[in-house]
Design a protein around this ligand. Structure first.
Ligand SMILES: *Cc1c(COP(=O)(O)O)cnc(C)c1O
Length: 370
């Protein structure tokens, strides 16, 4: 069956306005129309990030943005703390190590969130760490870290705070300036409901100061170049023009809906979906206190644990609902349902119903009332 709903946590479905914008004829990436587009997007991004910090647009996937944060702020051998709660946090740690940083790892069990004391303990072990790197919304487990509580611990110690917010902004609130996040990385293809191809990054004055002394080699991602070109409202190299045009359209829509409404809408979509899934006998993987409003990780009822792969395939082939499997150690154990961006409560109800119908193929123990 054709996919009726792409319910993976990115790339997410595009609204018609974004699809139309992405299909537009090319424009000169040094011309007036582009500089106007750039200025508009820059101003809008400051609203989504809740920041006065500089905003940079990198043409790359989210991972490129993570790499850019590292090569622009550090020198070989610099100490950093990477606090991971899953696959994408592990990726941050791996990138830092690949570039020769000395990494103190915090690793929470999959499904759990970071606690302020986890960070305090790591800072005691590594008092010379320059920065703490962490994930706002861990897409591999469906857990959102409580940044409002974690950030002050990092700030009190005078460390830089670098946040992978690739699957949170703008579905889940991130108060960049209030919480003191020095570098925040978002991606175009998740909650922004635009095509893949852009990492959007905010850089604080403290991060710019660190950048001045950072000696890791870099070229394509050099923030200095980006800042220089940003003064003229362009990028150093040819950007993903179509993705920027689409992002302009989708962010226009999001701002019209209102940021606050969007956070609340995602919360409700997630809560309603979790409720139905639980009623049908699924087990939720993430600690519910920290369950993400952007993606939900689900386990089949205990006795069916080995059938997760078959379930995902059936859901797609028979019901047209495409969900994502678990990653690394969670492969075969969970599946992940994306509900960020361009998705309605009606669609989520349909998806939840399809999940229940698919489950009935594997067990007869689901109450008929669901
Ligand atoms: C998707 C995602 C990434 C990786 O982004 P790519 O665009 O696939 O490189 C990193 N971190 C988080 C939290 C993500 O959700």
């Amino acid at each position: 069956m054709r996919t009726k709903q792409l319910r993976i946590p990115g790339p997410t479905p595009l609204p018609p306005q974004a699809r139309q914008a992405a299909g537009r004829q090319m424009i000169n990436h040094r011309g007036k129309e582009f500089t106007e587009l750039y200025s508009r997007l820059e101003a809008k991004m400051k609203k989504f990030f809740q920041t006065k910090n500089d905003i940079l647009f990198l043409t790359c996937s989210g991972t490129g943005g993570m790499e850019a944060a590292i090569v622009n702020l550090f020198s070989p051998g610099d100490m950093v703390i990477v606090a991971s709660i899953g696959y994408f946090g592990d990726r941050f740690s791996k990138i830092a190590k690949d570039f020769g940083l000395s990494v103190t790892d915090i690793r929470k069990e999959d499904g759990q969130a970071l606690m302020p004391e986890d960070i305090t303990a790591a800072m005691k072990r590594t008092p010379d760490a320059k920065a703490v790197l962490l994930t706002h919304n861990e897409t591999s487990t469906g857990v959102t870290n409580d940044l409002a509580k974690l950030a002050p611990v990092v700030k009190k110690m005078g460390k830089l705070l670098i946040v992978d917010a690739i699957s949170s902004v703008p579905a889940i609130e991130l108060k960049t300036d209030l919480w003191g996040a020095d570098v925040v990385i978002a991606g175009s293809q998740k909650a922004f409901m635009a095509p893949p191809g852009l990492a959007v990054i905010s850089v604080s004055p403290a991060a710019w100061e660190a950048h001045r002394y950072a000696k890791l080699p870099r070229h394509y991602f050099d923030f200095t170049e980006y800042r220089k070109f940003a003064e003229k409202k362009v990028t150093p190299a040819t950007p993903a023009v179509s993705a920027l045009l689409a992002l302009d359209a989708s962010t226009g829509m999001l701002l019209k809906r209102g940021l606050r409404n969007e956070f609340a809408r995602h919360k409700k979509l997630a809560a309603d979906f979790r409720k139905t899934a639980k009623k049908a006998g699924f087990t939720l993987f993430a600690d519910e206190k920290f369950a993400s409003s952007a993606v939900t990780s689900v386990m089949l009822p205990g006795e069916l644990a080995g059938k997760t792969g078959d379930f995902i395939t059936l859901l797609r082939d028979k019901y047209g609902i495409e969900v994502a499997p678990g990653q690394s150690a969670l492969q075969g154990k969970i599946f992940r349902v994306g509900h960020m961006g361009f998705v309605t409560s009606k669609e989520m109800e349909q998806a939840a119903k399809a999940l229940v119908k698919a489950l009935r193929h594997f067990t007869s123990s689901i109450p008929p009332t669901i």
